[in-house]
Design a protein around this ligand. Structure first.
Ligand code: SF4
Length: 332
């Protein structure tokens, strides 16, 4: 057996918005009992969704699928005002797990639309977060993804514009798009800090991993935007990199000639999946594990007041450990 190093990124895995969203579904199940309906995947991770399903969460694509008057959680990615009013007309008991940093982008969209600006939203068309923000002012928002899209915009250069971004984009790539917009529009404003702290911290840690290791593995699901961006960032900084939903997706061929592997995890990926990957790598001879020197995050978002204990009136804390509680009999 050969020897090799594994370096674990710091920080990695769950962010404050994901911990809060998972905690909200768990708390809703405790308070109301099963089923609790959740519109869309609460966070983009298949393991989390399946563990919550075992506990009685029912994931649906649309609020229209939720029975009249039932409890319905909105996912961390946010929803448009149209979804809110459709839920209200079905008398759903809504519990909103939208990440506060996504809600902030919604508020900015409303403000800039009210000011009469055209909003250029940098993000991925069709992503739930983008759909939600778009719904705040559909007539005033244009979604763009790349520098090429900037050139294709059919707007006069003196149009008053405001630039917003999806929270989980690549920081460096988005900077290039925003620079292209600044070069093109004469009346442009941007809050400039929409890419959230968790995405930025994980991307910065991955840049260091990519410099120091031949291979970088990012634990995350294929529909997780921030995980996919972390793979791109690793590749941009010189490492071979792959997205690994769990250890079963590790391909031995990737390790050929590799003596050091960096591992990180997207903001929606639980640590249990990282543990599984580390154990698999140890079986393959990469059994010396180090922790990257990096920043410690201490961001915590409070839980909605409507989840307060009916007897004591106390609102529960967002779980700090950052793990979904395994379903009875479903631990792995
Ligand atoms: S990745 Fe950022 S925006 Fe998304 S839930 Fe986490 S903290 Fe919120």
């Amino acid at each position: 057996m050969r020897e090799g190093n594994v370096v674990l990124a710091q920080p990695r895995g769950f962010c404050a918005g994901v911990r809060r969203a998972i905690g909200i579904v768990e708390r809703a199940l405790d308070l109301h009992g099963a089923p609790v309906y959740v519109r869309k995947e609460i966070v983009h991770n298949h393991y989390i969704v399946s563990e919550l399903e075992k506990r009685g969460a029912v994931f649906v694509d649309s609020e229209e699928e939720v029975p009249q008057g039932a409890v319905c959680v909105f996912s961390a990615h946010g929803v448009s005002p149209g979804v809110r009013s459709a839920a209200a007309s079905r008398q759903l008991e809504v519990i909103d797990a939208t990440c506060p940093l996504v809600s902030k982008v919604h508020q900015e969209a409303v403000r800039f639309a009210r000011d009469g600006r055209t909003i250029l939203l940098v993000g991925h068309e069709g992503h739930e977060e983008v759909e939600g923000v778009l719904g705040e002012a559909p007539d005033r928002i244009v979604v763009i993804e790349t520098e090429d899209d900037v050139q294709r915009l059919g707007l006069p250069n003196d149009t008053p514009v405001a630039v917003l971004t999806q929270t989980t984009l690549s920081f460096d790539e988005t900077e290039r798009v925003v620079e292209a917009l600044r070069a093109r529009f004469t009346d442009l404003i941007t809050p400039g800090d929409d890419i959230c702290y968790a995405s930025q911290n994980r991307q910065n840690a991955v840049k260091d991993l990519a410099r120091d290791n031949e291979l970088v593995l990012i634990v995350g699901s294929g529909n997780s935007s921030n995980s996919l961006r972390m793979v791109e960032v690793a590749r941009d900084h010189g490492a071979a990199a792959h997205l690994v939903p769990d250890e079963q997706h590790l391909e031995a061929a990737w390790l050929k000639g590799v003596s050091s592997v960096g591992i990180s995890a997207g903001a929606s990926a639980p640590e249990i999946l990282v543990d599984g990957l580390v154990a698999r790598l140890a079986e393959l001879g990469l059994d010396h594990v180090e922790l990257q020197r990096g920043i410690a995050e201490d961001v915590v978002f409070s839980m909605p007041g409507r989840l307060a204990d009916p007897l004591t009136g106390r609102v529960p804390q967002t779980p700090l450990a950052g793990e979904v509680s395994p379903a009875p009999g479903g631990a792995r």
